[in-house]
Write a protein that binds this ligand. Sequence first.
Ligand SMILES: [Fe+2]
Length: 197
Amino acid sequence: MNNDQLHELLYQALETELGGVQVYERALGCVKNDDLREEWESYRDQTKHHVELVEGVLGAFGLDPAIDTPGRRVVRHIGTSLVKAMEMALAEDSPEAAELVTAECVTLAETKDHLNWELLGEAVKHLKGDGAKALRSAFSEVEEQEDEHLYHTTGWGRELWIQSLGLAAVLPPPEEQKDVKTAIGAARAKSARSKMM
Ligand SMILES: [Fe+2]
């Protein structure tokens, strides 16, 4: 295991969760659909808790959560850019268009978040000690939530876009109705959408 790279991943994971809270705070000011607002409120609260969990994991590895790295700065830049993109849409376009942009921004943020945890889940299989124990416990708490954040939001973005095209949309999206928590489940839900209209 390349420990330096594992530590870098942990720092990026923290920055992603911190940025995620900002993205959700901004997203909640752009969302129109009440079901989606409720969904994102709970994802925001879960993401706030993920920040605490990753800070705890960093501590267990003997790492200072305040240390910045070039990789962390890139993650922060992307998070800030996503917030700005939503603000641009809100200021310059219709509320419907801003909602679509917002669903895409949340999906982009959650794609990185999901990747981080997938990688941490791989890494922890090869680790021992206090850090490993803390990471394993955080991973078991977070894993399903991250699946839901990504797959359900992706479904919302797709169905809201379909609705905007004047086509029959499935809302809430099949991913949410079927409570999808895996990539295979998301693919199945998406292919079953025509039967759900
Ligand atoms: Fe998260």
